[in-house]
Write a protein that binds this ligand. Sequence first.
Ligand code: ATP
Length: 367
Amino acid sequence: MGSNRILTVSKIKIAMMPGDGIGVEVMDSALHVLAALEKRFGFKLEMEYHDGGADLYRRTGVALSDESFEAARKADAILFGAMGLPDVRYPDGTEIAPHLDMRREFQLYAGVRPVRRLPRTPSVLADPRAADIDLAIIRESTEGLFYSRGKGTVENDQIARETLVITRATSEKLFDFAFRLAERRQERRGRSGRVTCVDKSNVFVAMAFFRKIFDERAAGFPTMKADHAYIDATALDLLRKPWEFDVLVMENMFGDIISDIGGGLVGSMGLAPCAEIGDEHGLFQPSHGSAPDIAGSGKANPTAMLLSTSMMLEWLGTRRDNQALQDAAEALDAAVDRAYAARITPFEFGGRDGTKEITRAVIEELG
Ligand code: ATP
């Protein structure tokens, strides 16, 4: 590997925000694994630490400083643990969640939640085909019903209103993203190339508009399979035959709910990674929260964090056309699979493996 490539990669800056509770513990695991990957694949990321979250808010009255927010804007990617604690709230009662501000401010419209069964993990579904679950939910994350956040009204204590917004500009980008993801999944993992637009277009004009734009954009990806499903039928099919899905793309509120079904299908919050992608920015974090009930016990499963780190490497590698980063992402996913196949049984499945053991097993599998 030439020194030029190492020089190029070394300019990649990551804003690292461990946050609260187990966010700190799983981030520590990611740093160990990243160090092993850097050594093996010959790259070096600039990791820039930023304090933030409910604990910082309790100490200082600020959840994330303006400097940290701006550093995140300037960074090539944001690697995020978890922020928020149940007993720490803003004066209006809402949760400490600076990542929601980043989602809006950095226009992170594509929330990607891969749902993949890992080897030897228990399944909530009895059907043996459940071992083949490998799908990706894309939740539009800047508009839809959540566009109304902070704008809803209640009139005379009699009637409440929230307005859902779908824009052509965001929907076009969202669908193109979904089709490109399906192309990559087909190319690299032999997935089916099926992209399902999940909506309620039989009832709402906004959803019919959403579906119309999906069909328009699908025409630009003739080798992918464009497909439609209603949200209610999708909820049912995710329990009946989730192995048939590949990429599912949907409005914000639908995605919020369906993502949790996805987490349930793979059995644990500790296994569900997440990427929030915009045109210029990417934020990568596990789907779980700070889990104060297990913080400090060493029981936190870092797998979701490690798979989110892999998504970051893959995204950076594709954007920078850097093969070392893409190879590192692939190697990390494979190492996680091998570690589960060979020996890992996490605490949440009744096993004895916590943060340290799982991190060590993945690093060993990396070789
Ligand atoms: P938030 O609202 O911030 O998402 P939450 O309270 O809804 O947080 P989590 O903090 O994700 O949810 O925790 C939910 C449950 O899942 C808890 O019992 C927690 O211990 C468990 N859990 C979450 N993440 C992990 C993990 N990485 N490893 C093991 N158990 C976890």
